[in-house]
Design a protein around this ligand. Structure first.
Ligand SMILES: Cc1ncc(COP(=O)(O)O)c(C=O)c1O
Ligand SMILES: N[C@@H](CCCC[NH3+])C(=O)O
Length: 466
């Protein structure tokens, strides 16, 4: 076993997945993995929105989530223009589950994009910034009566029904409130999207939505009762999807039902929700489509299917989460313990421990997700070593970045940045091991501000009422 000698790692750090090649320049920031204002300054320090990560770490500490506000607003605008052009006003709902706080809700509101919420908590964030209820869609497989009543009080524009139980609950509440809310029925179209099992949502054996046969009965029931205003069907097939064929099959199936409902009830449903799930780039292996290409692709699919059924194209809406917020953010960590570990073949893996971990990014442990990383506080011409970035939790699966090449002189105190952490990292963060959840810092035009305060151990102790 060779040791970590004199500040530089030596030995054979050659292992890694077959796609991961030692970079020609380990200091390069590949533009497809970073938010638009991220660059290295003349001194080699990573900057975002004109502020260096060294200054951010000095002011706010680490770990922190750093959001490039300019990039976030640009992505909202790009989805809006691509989809509003093809599908009309209001056709994009930002999926708040990916990351939502008041600042983000304001950016969404100001952009003109609508918002998809899936709990009373997310609904409360939207209402707290004055987002009009009409511009909200409310999802969820187990919305409580309290949540449904709050949605009715707020005049939520679309309630997406997920079960017969919920149809019953909402029907009673709508009568009590004297309102006729617009609803969509979430279908599971039996498509196996090429994604991780836990983030695929349209196969039969999972909790979301109604099968096409059930959705058909549900539609007949809602139309016959007339208490709820059935605006359309909805399908969401999963997350981190790159392959449009899955959307094609889903659209074909759900439009088949849309057509049948029109034929049997003489009611043409005006809308169709196609969900979100558009993939983003976590590593060089991911090649996401631009919003324009996505919008074009979906438009062609829907127009083709509608023509085949001889029906008008309904008003299409989509709910991108990850593709908007994911690339906007990196997590900034400080490196601590550095440990070369000998592997079976005599090769070495350099374990770099950081001051966060699976509590601020559980996606690697939960989905075997891949991330990349860079040494952010300086550049280095030391030979690259294959590194694994791990957290500080008492768990060997506490891995943030499974495989990445870092300069061989990576050392305690260095700042490391992990891009692509804007989606489902802060929103799924935990307090495992009583680790406080990090702050979220928004940076734009040379100014940085806290948009979600970081927790402290005192916050956690205050919850613990003994
Ligand atoms: C109904 C619904 N809409 C939208 C999304 C957003 O997905 P993504 O963040 O992958 O775009 C999800 C999450 O998978 C979802 O369940
Ligand atoms: N949380 C998941 C995706 C689920 C999205 C919501 N249905 C992720 O991190 O990828």
């Amino acid at each position: 076993m060779r040791s970590h000698e004199a500040g530089a790692l030596h030995g054979d750090f050659g292992h890694g997945p077959s796609w991961l090649r030692p970079p020609t320049d380990v200091n390069d920031l590949l533009p497809q993995l970073w938010a638009s204002t991220v660059e290295r300054d003349a001194g080699g320090v990573v900057n975002v929105g004109g502020i260096s990560v060294v200054d951010l770490a000095a002011e706010f500490g680490t770990p922190i989530y750093v959001v490039d506000e300019t990039d976030f607003r640009e992505r909202l605008a790009a989805f809006k223009s691509a989809f509003f052009d093809r599908f009309g006003q209001g056709s994009v709902y930002y999926a708040g589950k990916a990351f939502l706080c008041k600042a983000v809700a304001r950016w969404v509101d100001e952009s003109g994009v609508n918002l998809d919420v899936c709990t009373g908590g997310e609904l409360a964030v939207a209402l707290a910034v004055g987002m009009p209820g009409e511009r909200l869609a409310f999802h969820g497989n187990n919305k409580s009566e309290v949540e449904l009543a709050a949605a009715l009080d707020a005049g939520v524009g679309r309630i997406v029904l997920d079960s017969f139980d919920e149809i019953g609950r909402l029907t009673v509440l709508a009568r009590q409130h004297g309102v006729r809310p617009k609803v969509l029925i979430r279908t599971k179209v039996g498509v196996e999207a090429h994604t991780h099992e836990y983030i695929a949502t349209a196969h039969e054996d999972q909790k979301f939505g109604l099968s096409l046969a059930e959705a058909s009965m549900a539609a007949d029931q809602i139309i016959a009762e007339g208490v709820l205003d059935l605006a359309g069907l909805h399908s969401h097939i999963g997350s981190q999807i790159f392959d449009t064929t899955a959307f094609e099959v889903a659209a074909k199936r759900v439009l088949g039902l849309h057509h049948r409902i029109a034929a049997t009830n003489s009611v043409t449903l005006p809308e169709l929700g196609l969900g979100g799930g558009f993939g983003m780039a976590y590593t060089t292996q991911d090649d996401p489509q631009s919003p324009e290409r996505l919008a074009d692709g979906l438009a062609k699919i829907v127009e083709h299917e509608c023509a085949a059924y001889g029906i008008d194209v309904p008003h299409i809406s989509v709910e991108p989460g990850r593709a908007i917020c994911g690339p906007t953010t990196f997590t900034l960590y400080t490196a601590g313990t550095i440990k070369p570990v000998e592997l079976d073949a005599g090769q070495l893996r350099c374990y770099v421990s950081v001051d966060g971990g699976m509590s601020d990014n559980m996606r690697t442990a939960l989905y075997n997700a891949s991330y990349s990383a860079t040494l952010a506080s300086r550049v280095s011409d030391a030979a690259p070593v294959l590194a694994r970035i791990v957290g500080k939790h008492c768990e060997s699966g506490d891995i943030v970045v499974r495989d990445e090449f870092l300069p061989g002189d990576v050392a305690p105190g260095d700042l490391l940045a992990v891009p692509g952490t804007g989606a489902y990292c802060r929103s799924m963060a935990s307090n495992y091991n009583h680790v406080p959840r990090p702050a979220v810092i928004a940076v734009a035009d040379g100014a940085a501000r806290v948009i979600v305060r970081g927790e402290t151990v005192d916050d956690l102790l205050r919850l613990d009422v003994g």
